[in-house]
Design a protein around this ligand. Structure first.
Ligand code: FNR
Length: 362
């Protein structure tokens, strides 16, 4: 077997993540344990609905964004172009994939900067992995002329990744330094998982490290342990760490965990959610459980891959349709804005209710 390169890994991720999507759309997930109760006379007019939400210093036009995915190869460049064109057309904020590869190999820079070229006026976040230095964090933001930085903590993925890091001991200290430095620079920082969830304990550690924006990025969608395990020699099977095997915290469970934080901690944090968001009702479920806005990766990736040559037109249409559906759902549930959707009646049942009940306090 030839040694995987950082670039070939990125193309493997795209292929394997796209292959997971039909199964994710067809599966029953933890989101199906979350029922937003219907009250037949609670509705309002769509004209009363404003979908805009404040996230850090930004006003997102609607409570969803394109989450960090790719960069580093020719295929990734084409995909970033389509994603950025769609984001620009629809006015949806977007994060890049990890720019670590471009910091290490300048020949790949253009596979990321295409995002800013195609979307000069939109909200764009650069993305980098935990374990990187303050200098790298600043370079990542500069490289993309980004409005902010997403920093991912992906210890499960690294553990299963054949060529992954194994030493996570320095991560929190580096995050604290990056949070302080970016705060000085006036650059917002979002810390996220990549699909295994941030627990209440992790959120408390991040808040104490000076982080104010977090994306819980739970299980239920793209399963990076399965992706990395599919890249391993089958005799070294680590599939027991996959979300499919029950490892990690689902997106609804992570949001419920966040809601259990002491109010002084919760108050300091703006919580975003991602991981397995399939349609606008899942967005509403996240809002109901306390998320300010919701990230979508794999679902938008599939659309972009299916329509590579239309300058993002199909994906932009999907995004605009999500926005219209969200207005309709806000009217149906009687919420004039996403932040006013937290007071609705939510019923949590099944495994998600059991997990939350059984959770030991952080
Ligand atoms: C990702 N994700 C990701 N996250 C991150 O912070 N940096 C990255 O470089 C990547 N790379 C990446 C590649 C691909 C192909 C996918 C599909 C996803 C994770 C992503 O942002 C998100 O947290 C998870 O995918 C869960 O969301 P979905 O896919 O279930 O909507």
């Amino acid at each position: 077997m030839t040694e995987p390169t950082a670039a070939s890994r990125k193309d493997d991720h795209l292929r394997l993540a796209a292959e997971q999507q039909p199964g994710i759309r067809a599966a029953r997930t933890a989101f199906d344990d979350v029922t937003v109760r219907h009250h037949a006379l609670s509705g309002i007019s769509p004209k009363q609905v404003d979908l805009g939400v404040d996230v850090g210093p930004w006003r997102f036009p609607a409570p969803f964004y394109v989450n960090g995915m790719t960069g580093g190869t020719e295929k990734a460049r084409a995909l970033n172009r389509t994603l950025a064109q769609a984001a620009a057309r629809a006015g949806v904020p977007m994060a890049s994939g990890s720019v670590g590869i471009a910091l290490d190999d300048p020949s790949t820079v253009e596979t990321f900067t295409v995002i800013r070229q195609e979307n000069p006026h939109g909200i764009v976040l650069a993305n980098i992995g935990a374990g990187r230095s303050v200098d790298d964090a600043r370079r990542a933001v500069e490289l993309l002329a980004a409005d902010g930085l997403q920093l991912h903590v992906n210890a499960v993925q690294e553990t299963v990744m054949p060529e992954g890091s194994r030493d996570f001991s320095g991560w929190l200290g580096l995050i604290e330094q990056i949070a302080a430095a970016l705060d000085d620079d006036g650059v917002p920082l979002v810390v996220k998982e990549v699909g295994f969830g941030l627990s209440a304990r992790t959120l408390t550690q991040l808040r104490d490290a000076g982080v104010r924006l977090v994306d819980v990025a739970g299980t239920g969608g793209t399963d990076f342990a399965r992706i990395e395990n599919d890249r391993r020699d089958p005799v070294e099977d680590l599939s027991y760490l996959s979300a499919a095997a029950g490892f990690g915290l689902s997106t609804p469970a992570a949001l419920l965990d966040a809601a259990s934080l002491p109010s002084a901690v919760r108050h300091d944090l703006t919580v975003l959610a991602s991981g397995g968001v399939r349609h606008p009702l899942d967005v509403m479920r996240c809002l109901a459980l306390g998320a300010r806005a919701v990230g979508v990766a794999g679902g938008f990736l599939s659309v972009a891959l299916e329509h590579p040559d239309d300058d993002g037109a199909t994906l932009a249409t999907v995004m605009e349709s999500w926005r219209e559906q969200l207005v309709a759902l806000h009217a149906l549930f009687g919420a004039p804005s996403p932040t006013e959707f937290t007071g609705v009646d939510v019923v949590v049942t099944g495994d998600t209710a059991d997990i939350v009940r059984a959770q030991t306090p952080s």
